[in-house]
Every structure is written in structure tokens, then in C-alpha cells.
Design a protein around this ligand. Structure first.
Ligand code: XBP
Ligand code: MG
Length: 238
């Protein structure tokens, strides 16, 4: 059952690939700089990184990469921790420098929800260390509940992060909707019982769309915006 007019009490946004196109020129660049800073020869080109994106969580992605390169499991985990710590600091610097702009239409959609009197929330796999400065610097800290990969035991496609947002925001599956860019994200929202609008990007354009209530390719897509607008409270006529 999907929310009807006025029944949408909150919209939950994913971050990477949804609010911001942050993967190719953001996270990937930060990972490569972290490799170099730690004296490692690893480099992730655009295509390699795209394949690695199926692994949610930068630290888990690093473990998978090092093990695929023949590194022993324990050493792979130790390396991953060190690289991810440095990468998160670099990503924070990229965010603060303004190098991670919002996707076209993201700010307008947030404004559409807020001007109806309903809150916006965030459910992301990303680490709080860069998520927090991104949300405040790029979107003016207008999000009510923000849950990141740093606060949940399991990452997407687990429903953990969406369930935590719903608990903290007091939202039920009928009164909210998730906005996601990837198959992992759609599965995570769906497993939490939420309808999910899928806004694909370059990296997720071939992702499985099963479970998405609606699929489009941009945050300005009129069908997607109307889906949300018609389920928010009507603007009060005075
Ligand atoms: C996308 C992710 C994150 C980022 C990297 O998160 O899987 O892991 O790729 O960020 P979402 P970290 O789409 O849920 O926002 O290195 O901090 O994990
Ligand atoms: Mg995403």
C-alpha cells in the first residue's frame, strides 16, 4: 500500500548517488589519494570502482579489494582500516572544499517536502565523518534524523539503517518513502517495508530495479517529483 494524499509524513534520502553524485569524482579520488598517502601502488580507475560499488561500505570494499589482490585476510582487514581512516579524512576535505555538489534537483525536492511541513531524513551507508559536513555544508543541515553507516551493525542491503531512521523519526512503512540510487539501497528500503523511488545515476544505470515503486534517471524527473508532491499535505490555501 502506498501513502495517499497527506499520508506522507517524511521522506528518507540516501546520500551517495542520490543527493550527491559523489562516487566517481569524490570517494574514488579519496580512495586513490589514501592509497598513495600510505605508499600503496593500488589505483582504482572509474570502471574498477564501478564494479567494487556492489560492496556497500568503503572499509568492506577495501577488504574485498585487498583479498582479491591476494592479501591474506587479517592483513587485508588491517590495511583496510588504515586506508579507510585516511580516505575518510580526505573525503571530508573534498566536502569542505565544495568539490561534492548536490545532484540537479536534489535541493528543490528537499524544499518541496519541507515547504509542505513534512521533515526530510537521511539513511546512508557512508561514514558520519564526511556525511555530517556534507549535509550541513551542501544542504544547510535541514535533515531531521540522520543515520549513517557508522551507527548501524549491518550496511545496505540490510534494512538496519532504514529501520533506525523510522524508529527515531516515528515513521511507519505507510507514512514514508525512501529515495535511492542503487539496487542495494532499494533492497534495504524494501526490506524495511518502505516504498522506494529509484533515481539511477551513471554507476547504477544497469542496477536491478526490482522492488522499486518508480524508476527514473534524475532528481528533476517530473513523475518522481509528482509522486511525492501528490502524497504530501496540500499547500494550505489561505
Ligand atoms: C554508498 C556507500 C558508501 C560510499 C563510501 O552509501 O556504499 O560506502 O560508497 O562511503 P549510500 P564510506 O549510497 O548508502 O549513501 O567510505 O564512508 O563507506
Ligand atoms: Mg546510494
Amino acid at each position: 500500500m502506498k501513502p495517499a494524499r497527506g499520508e506522507l509524513h517524511g521522506v528518507i534520502f540516501d546520500v551517495d548517488g542520490t543527493l550527491v553524485d559523489s562516487e566517481r569524482d569524490g570517494h574514488r579520488v579519496a580512495f586513490n589519494e589514501a592509497f598513495a598517502d600510505l605508499g600503496l601502488a593500488d589505483v582504482w580507475d572509474v570502471e574498477t570502482y564501478g564494479r567494487l560499488l556492489t560492496v556497500a561500505g568503503g572499509a568492506h570494499r577495501l577488504v574485498r579489494w585487498f583479498e582479491s589482490q591476494g592479501t591474506e585476510a587479517m592483513q587485508a582487514r588491517q590495511l583496510a582500516v588504515a586506508v579507510h581512516l585516511r580516505k575518510t579524512a580526505i573525503m571530508r576535505e573534498l566536502v569542505m572544499s565544495g568539490a561534492i555538489p548536490p545532484r540537479p534537483g536534489a535541493e528543490a525536492l528537499i524544499e518541496t517536502v519541507l515547504s509542505s511541513g513534512r521533515p526530510v531524513h537521511v539513511a546512508t551507508t557512508g561514514s558520519r565523518g564526511w556525511v555530517e559536513p556534507l549535509l550541513s555544508r551542501t544542504f544547510g543541515a535541514r535533515f531531521d534524523v540522520v543515520v549513517t553507516g557508522s551507527e548501524v551493525p549491518e550496511l545496505k542491503p540490510s534494512p538496519a539503517v532504514y529501520r533506525e531512521v523510522m524508529i527515531r523519526a516515528g515513521l511507519g512503512p505507510r507514512s514514508a518513502v525512501a529515495i535511492e540510487d542503487s539496487a542495494n539501497g532499494v533492497r534495504s528500503a524494501g526490506a524495511a517495508g518502505l516504498p522506494c523511488l529509484m533515481v539511477r545515476n551513471h554507476y547504477t544505470r544497469h542496477d536491478d530495479t526490482a522492488g522499486a515503486t518508480l524508476v527514473c534517471d534524475g532528481m528533476e524527473d517530473a513523475t518522481m517529483v509528482d509522486w511525492i508532491r501528490t502524497r504530501l499535505p496540500a499547500p494550505s490555501m489561505w
